[in-house]
Write a new protein. Sequence first.
Lengths: 191, 177
Amino acid sequence: MLNYLWSGMIIFAILIAAFSGGMEAITQSALDSSMEAVDLAFKMCGSVAMWTGIMRIAEKSGIIEGLARKMGPVLRFLFPDIPEGHPAQKYIATNMIANVLGLGWAATPPGLKAMEELQKLNKKKDVASHAMCMFMIINISSVQIISINIISYRMQYGSQNPTEIIGPSILATLFSTLVAIIYGKLKYRKE
Amino acid sequence: MKWILVLSSIMIPLVIISVITYGLLQGINVYDAFAEGAKDGLKIVVRLLPTLIGLMMAVGMLRTSGALDGITRLISPIISWTNFPEEVIPIALMRSVSAAASVGLILDAFKMYGPDSFIGRLVSIMFGCTETIFYTMSVYFMTVKIKETRYTLPGAIIATFAGIVASYYLTLWIFGA
């Protein structure tokens, strides 16, 4: 995807610049932007490392498992088709908690495991089950509560209050997830 | 609406103190765990760097060539009946296709309008409540060889759209235009 997107962006930019006569400007811009990227990454190191450090403590002390175990009622409501105590429940819960905490790398493996377990319960093997659709829609609606990357980008570009967007972000993500759940539930009722 | 900003300011310290306290109660060497995680964080940034260079370069060139403004102008008649800033449309569209490319556009918006402008705040909030739809769907469904994804795509698009609309009104409501 990125392969064509990236090359398309650059080729398009150069062609436009060739017609409008901005070749020097675009050369300058290519050089400036790449230097700016290094500067940005260098300064991001601090806040990102701080946050992944804190999150490693969370991972090691078993917060993910602890919270995942408490998700029983939520899972029963969202996925009534999954039998009680089925491994799919555990994997879905782990995936969701890791996503909430913004631990993308810890979320994908249990997420894929969850899909495999859901596939075992699925009757038509090439058609997505209700549980799969619901799981995917919630996943895509994003449930992350703090995005440290956005905060460090804001900091880097001189924001007076880089973290002011955390509260509104949580509300926005709650809303989109709520819409996702309502949509999934309506579809479930219909069929 | 004040409580939302209070929430913003206490969230990070709250997470930090809960995590450290919980870790100590579980008998973890929290300092070692922190150092280990911080080291991984550095690796994450290093791994991110080539992507960042590539995409900031591409977006920077698009901006300089005037193509970005051209795309915005093409889209603007479609949404001119709303007050939604047209500059944000390319970012919103890109977000569902590629996270990395949308970061490039977000950084460009921060540079052009400032992170504390209406657009800057809107894209910050929007980024957190949306996901890359097509990538996520293909990775998850491909592992279990599902061909018919039924209502996943419409559901994902509706949820994403809801997130964008919510971001817009929350930005307006909390920070003003």
